[in-house]
Design a protein. Sequence first.
Length: 418
Amino acid sequence: MPQYPRLKILVSAYACEPGKGSEPGVGWNWVSQISKCNDVWVITRSNNRQYIEEALSSSPMPSVHWIFFDLASWALFWKKKRRGIHLYYYIWQLGAYWHARQLHRKVKFDLVHHVTLVIYWMPSCLSLLRAPFVWGPVGGGDSIRFSLWRNLSWRGKLYETLRTVAQWISGSDPFLRFTARRAVLALATTRQTLRKLEALGCRNVQLYSQVALPESEIAQLGSTAMRDDHPFRLISIGMLVHLKGFDFSLKAFAQFSDRLPESEYWIIGEGPERSRLQALARDLGVTRQVTFWGALPRTEVLRKLVECDVMIHPALHDSGGWASLEGMAAGLPVIGLDAGGTALQLTDETGIKVPAFSPEQLVRDLTMAIKRLAKDRDLRLRLGQGAKQRVKNQFNWDEKGRAISELYRQTLGSASPS
């Protein structure tokens, strides 16, 4: 990669925590990669401070300056049980702006970059600064097709209703539209989000996944040979919430297991839908074959992965898709939906993408995909090898770090004056 002068970059990373997946992992890993070629100032929550300082004690980041900020303690009420996390985050962004403005007066940043939270329908305080502004990766533009709503629990229907209302209201937020117009570059995690960003007024939008894996994990998972034991075993990983679509994969597994009753399905994760999914497994008559492992330490999750043959990741809307990446890195073919972040990760060389038009069609197509992979070992081997290679080339944190540095230089070369 060409050598460039180091830039002074201000990063907003509300969620930022080492050793985690999801949003905290996005914040931490993006900061880590950006700091390899640049001098970075990071505004994040004070709640993250202990974990960050523990990680820095063994792996320092000398080019990163940390600014820890939180709202007054009374406001933490809104974060408990996630009852009002988006309201808290909105207000936090406004407070973080005052820290950012003071820093910008002293440092004169070359670029400001909003990294987390990864949602397009909430504005970013950094857009208020008079400096080139990069927004993203952001997601959240995907929605569950209405024909699938009848399959959701009451909790899932309520969540989707409130989410749709929030997206609709946010479309009229002048601060959000200002954020979109100020972005010299916006990174969208899904095609649907890309269209939403363009509608808000973003001039330069690119598809760009926010997730990746460290080289150490890629090497660890990729070193294992293809499993050649019985029984045939499926695995799913994720929070047990409605949007992960595990009720659809359970129904598909039940139909498939009629022909292969010794097969197994492992589900790793915890969440409010667990009792509903366990009841569904009983109703389907597959309790003996389905194991709910609950939440496991990450090291144990990675060990479980290599004991399985195929990953099924039927997320109905998921901007990221860490679990499917981990499955691909372990050489597992992945069955996923042709939607959200999973649709960008999977190709015909790494797994099977299934459309989602109705509950009946989705279960039928998932069942067919499981049957196809269960009976064809050579296909599993070919897709697994393709999956390993794709993660190594496209979803490697070091590769992503080099790519974002190139994007910075390209963007600054074409950015109009503030």
